[in-house]
Ligand binder design. Structure first.
Ligand code: 9MR
Length: 354
């Protein structure tokens, strides 16, 4: 997005220019968050699902009115894109791409190599290294190549470490190809779209600790070897009351390696029953996460995981928790949105002070 050139500019004239750039022709955004994000040169993104993008006007309006980028929540995952070997289904990914391009939104591609949401033929197949390498090349080449030049960043590697630990996860790729599956996939994605920013996306690293240290060591090694790794995604699936204070310092470790970082899947789940006081406190947590990103010059954006509480993965995966996103089930803005606005309303940092 051309808005990146606005990063860090503090003068009134540049803010006015940002307003001119970012305001859609059909009227101003409800909350002004796209304009505010543009002033800081960051993306404010949201994960989207295909069905409501096709059939729910309100859903679409929340996205275009409040966000500057989208991530496909599920439809670019392997099980949907290549449900049978050699048969690619582009209907879902094309819906997301077309919607984004019509609305002038950036797209984050999610995700290429992961241990979840694999089609049965792949998960249950038995592949030797040569064939699995070929399967990986075909899939990554087809998917990344189809949208070459249209996807800002790809989560090439998703959740490479074990849930709690600092060991590489023994997924399909690791089991057959060994640790270097990570570098290989990054190279293949880079060949398919040399402009796309290529990420490792992980959870449980946001506040530092052994897993963050292990990811740092991996990233440092890849950078030293000249592998095309450009960014680290901080998924940021938080529990209310447990959002790490020192998010910015963890991000800075990675930007000091010359990488960019992004908050890629932010939500803050609250135990039921949810009180107004908790929603107010949650607003402070959303504010803190966005402020942390703005505090780090190499942080390029924050993506929220779900357009509203009615489209969030949380109630299904964490029974007893809810209210994790900035809009409620009726798409009414919640205090969390105000938290984001407050964070983005501060004066942009001039680039020289970064
Ligand atoms: O939000 C996604 C949910 O709809 C799916 O059922 C789930 C399947 O594993 O994946 C969710 O998205 C995940 C993302 O792709 C990777 N990081 C964790 C997210 C939440 O599980």
């Amino acid at each position: 997005m051309a808005l990146a050139v606005l990063a860090g500019c503090a003068t009134v004239s540049v803010v006015a220019a940002a307003l001119a750039v970012a305001l859609p022709e059909d009227g101003g955004p409800e909350s002004g968050t796209p304009v505010l994000a543009a002033v800081h040169g960051v993306d404010l993104g949201v994960a989207v699902a295909v069905e409501p993008l096709r059939g729910d006007d309100e859903y679409r309006d929340v996205v275009t009115g409040n966000y500057t980028s989208v991530t496909a929540e599920n439809t670019m995952k392997w099980e949907y894109v290549q449900p049978e070997r050699g048969r690619f289904d582009w209907s879902g990914p094309d819906t997301v791409m077309d919607f984004a391009e019509r609305g002038g939104l950036d797209v984050r591609g999610h995700t290429l190599l992961w241990h979840n949401q694999l089609p049965a033929w792949l998960e249950q197949g038995s592949f030797g290294p040569q064939e699995l390498r070929q399967v990986m090349r075909e899939h990554v080449g087809e998917l990344v190549g189809r949208y070459e030049g249209r996807v800002t960043a790809w989560d090439v590697i998703n959740e490479p470490f074990t849930d709690e630990g600092a060991e590489l996860r023994e997924n399909l790729w690791y089991g057959v190809l060994g640790e270097d599956y990570i570098a290989e996939a990054l190279w293949v994605a880079h060949e398919a779209d040399p402009e796309a920013r290529l990420y490792i996306n992980e959870f449980g690293i946001e506040g530092g600790g052994a897993k963050a240290d292990a990811l740092y060591a991996l990233a440092e090694d890849l950078v030293d070897r000249g592998v095309p790794l450009h960014g680290i995604g901080f998924q940021s699936h938080f529990v209310h009351g447990q959002v790490p204070e020192d998010l910015a310092s963890t991000m800075r470790r990675f930007t000091d390696l010359g990488l960019e970082v992004a908050v890629t899947e932010l939500d803050v789940r609250v135990p039921e029953p949810v009180t107004d006081a908790e929603l107010q406190a949650q607003a402070g947590e959303y504010r803190h996460v966005v402020e942390s990103c703005l505090d780090v010059p190499g942080c390029v954006g924050v993506t929220v995981w779900g357009v509203g509480d009615g489209h969030s993965w949380i109630p299904e995966w964490f029974p007893g928790y809810t209210a994790a996103t900035p809009f409620d089930e009726e798409y009414r803005p919640k205090p969390a949105l105000e938290g984001i606005v407050e964070a983005l309303s501060r004066r942009p940092t001039p680039p020289s002070s970064g």
